[in-house]
Design a protein around this ligand. Structure first.
Ligand code: KG4
Length: 359
């Protein structure tokens, strides 16, 4: 019997410090420390995020190894998110991972954060296997930094079919929530309020873009102007209508996301459709996916909540596949914030493209 492949993975691309241990494709631990410090600012403050990562990284890695019952001498490799993300945050995780790989004399494996989100569907836990999407499948990747439709041909072969040309879906929800004076991040708060509201109460503008690209900046502006006009008539308008506002905003975002995704299914003929990224925690979006499954249109794959927001388990599974193929990372390779290096190793069918948003 060959020796087990045991991966320690580290994720620190934004405001969550996370470490996970995975053995032969099965998750043994996934420990994440969030950063409440940003709540007061209504968004992630990069410098504060780096400082909090510095404080969290050692206890989080230590805890992940303890929960897994794994000694560092048993590790086969260290996986780490090299990008895209906030550079100061990434430097904490990558420096720690590199130091540990050098000290233990084991390989370093890089993971693209977005590739990790998409491969989260392949994480297995415990004794029973979760169904995994067969290749090729379509993945709607929606987070605070991205809104993309990706055709996944293999773990290392992905094509971006469409993506946002401006704001990401999560970013738009967070900004609208901020305008309403709600907390940060807005997504979970809007979701909670929306459950008590009328989703048809208000109408906001939806984009009319050709192809499979998304746009959310028009919705954000329409929401802002709508509130400005109503507040002029009733200063307590938000307080009186926050549930209906949240439900109507959520419905609009889900309709925008689903319209292009349905178009992608029609155009590619691929009926296996997965959901990834922080916004995939959204109740209405999950319901819209389930409705497609119930109608017999799609086979859907929705990850457990713990793998929707930033986590190291998704980096561990990415690193595991790369380890099996002998794909290692030179120790001198630097972390990257965004730009071309953030391209998911992906291409558009009509030419080379890079995902422009970090996160
Ligand atoms: O993937 P993620 O944790 O971080 C990155 O952006 O990489 O996604 C965070 C985003 C935030 O915009 C947050 O508001 C949104 O996911 N989010 C939600 C929900 N939970 C988190 N949006 C809508 N409904 C939710 N339940």
């Amino acid at each position: 019997m060959s020796a087990p492949i045991t991966i320690l993975a580290i994720e620190s691309s934004c405001d969550d410090t996370s470490a996970a241990v995975l053995r032969d494709g099965r998750l043994l631990s996934n420990v994440t420390a969030g950063q409440a410090v940003h709540e007061a600012y209504g968004g992630v403050v990069p410098e504060l995020a780096s400082r909090a990562h510095q404080q969290n990284i050692l206890p989080v890695v230590d805890r992940a190894l303890k929960v897994a019952g794994v000694d560092k001498s048993q590790l086969s490799a260290i996986g780490v998110t090299l990008g895209p993300g906030l550079l100061g945050s990434l430097l904490v995780g990558t420096s720690f991972a590199k130091g540990m790989a050098i000290a233990l004399g084991i390989p370093l494996i890089e993971a693209n954060h977005l590739q990790g989100h998409i491969l989260a569907h392949f994480i297995q836990e415990g004794d029973t296997d979760r169904p995994v999407p067969p290749y090729p499948y379509l993945c709607l990747l929606v987070s605070g930094g991205n809104s993309q439709i990706v055709k996944v041909n293999a773990y290392d072969d992905m094509e971006i079919l469409g993506q946002t040309i401006d704001d990401a879906a999560g970013e738009a929800i967070d900004k609208c929530s901020k305008v309403m004076g709600l907390g940060y991040p807005g997504g979970p708060i809007i979701d909670r309020l929306a459950r008590q509201g009328n989703a048809k109460a208000f109408t906001f503008s939806k984009p009319n873009l050709p192809g499979l690209d998304y746009s959310f900046s028009g919705l954000k502006t329409s929401f802002l102007y709508f509130l400005r006009d109503r507040l002029a008539e009733d200063p307590d308008f938000i307080e009186h209508h926050k549930e209906d506002l949240a439900a109507s905003l959520e419905r609009t975002v889900v309709e925008i996301l689903m319209k292009k995704l349905k178009q992608a299914v029609r155009e590619t003929g691929i009926r296996h459709v997965a959901l990834s990224g922080g916004v995939s925690a959204n109740t209405a979006l999950r319901e819209a996916f389930r409705a497609q499954q119930q109608a017999g249109n799609w086979d859907i794959f929705i990850p457990p909540f713990s793998y929707t927001t930033d986590n190291a388990a998704m980096i561990a599974i990415t690193a595991y596949y790369k380890y099996r193929d002998g794909i290692f990372c030179p120790i001198e390779k630097p972390a990257y914030a965004g730009g071309r290096a953030a391209s998911l190793n992906a291409r558009r069918p009509d030419g080379p493209t890079a995902s422009k948003n970090a996160g």
